[in-house]
Design a protein around this ligand. Sequence first.
Ligand code: S3P
Length: 166
Amino acid sequence: MAKLILIGFMGSGKTTIGRLLAEKLAIPQLDLDALIVQENKQSINDIFTEVGEEHFRKMETVALKKAINQNVILSTGGGAPIKKLNQTILKSVDAPIVFLNAEFKTIEKRINRDASWPLLKRIAELKQRYIKRNFIYRDLADIEITTDRKSPDLIVEAILEKYDEI
Ligand code: S3P
């Protein structure tokens, strides 16, 4: 069963923080996007281009069902917690769900550095998505961490402090 689950918008640091947490807790990290890429032998960008977002979401649920049963720190994709079925899957295990929150300005800065994000092409919609999703992330999470202007080490420390409390 997953030991800790990271959720949050693109560019919130789920992969980086997941890796650092995994090192600290000596538990492997599993990145849901990486699992989708591995299982389908295609990049996320190519999947979006070739079969579209709707099909990607189906692949994502299949991957999540597999990932949730593994003894890992699970970093999810930004859209994974949005589907009701995925929320049920995420809540089906006794792992704290950690929401990495960041201001939209911070997110924009971070994702601008990586042009491979498929959703970046529709930047105008991005803020709307961000606002809608943040309510969902917050609702689902056991722990919320604000990451703006914090180093990865500081974020990990803040998570571990709260992790001990719950
Ligand atoms: C998505 C976020 C991405 C990836 C895909 C869709 C989203 O993951 O799953 O591009 O809908 O927000 P990251 O949040 O890890 O970038």
